[in-house]
Design a protein around this ligand. Structure first.
Ligand code: SF4
Length: 144
């Protein structure tokens, strides 16, 4: 499996297999966060993703859930994300629940139709880091 830097998993779902489809965080400026300081954002090469899915198909063929890494893979456009979800379903045909984290801006860069199609492809949960609704606080912590 390809993993870059420190791996952070959703603590509420500790048994999910992990699949790295991006590295780092597109924003990487929050004052309180050091998680991805050493890891520039980029999409994983499709060859890596496919290699990892082949490995998961061998080691965890019954997998029904999966967590996509890293900080905000939802930043990928619909056109990049949809083929990855299709590939997950091809290699792990029992897949029911794909978990992904993102920023509000990552939701905003997709249409409602695109989000519905991603849901049909198994993307069932989006985790958003919404630290505050207060503009002054968001500015102070460089939340963007
Ligand atoms: S958006 Fe999230 S991962 Fe990125 S710097 Fe801020 S808190 Fe860290």
């Amino acid at each position: 499996m390809h993993f870059t830097g420190t791996v952070y998993r959703n603590p509420y779902w500790p048994t999910w297999p992990l699949l790295e489809i991006t590295q780092g965080c597109t924003h990487n400026q929050c004052k309180f966060c050091t998680m991805y300081k050493q890891v520039p954002f980029r999409m994983s090469p499709m060859e890596w993703i496919e290699e990892d899915l082949k490995e998961l198909a061998q080691t965890d063929p019954e997998a029904r859930t999966i967590q996509l890494l890293s900080a905000n893979p939802l930043a990928l456009t619909y056109d990049r994300l949809a083929p990855i979800l299709e590939m997950i379903n091809r290699y792990l045909p029992k897949m029911e629940y794909i978990y992904v984290a993102g920023r509000v801006t990552d939701v905003r860069n997709k249409t409602v139709e695109e989000l519905k199609k991603l849901k049909e492809l198994g993307m069932r949960e989006i985790s958003l880091g919404v630290e505050s609704g207060d503009d002054w606080t968001l500015d102070r912590i460089h939340k963007g």
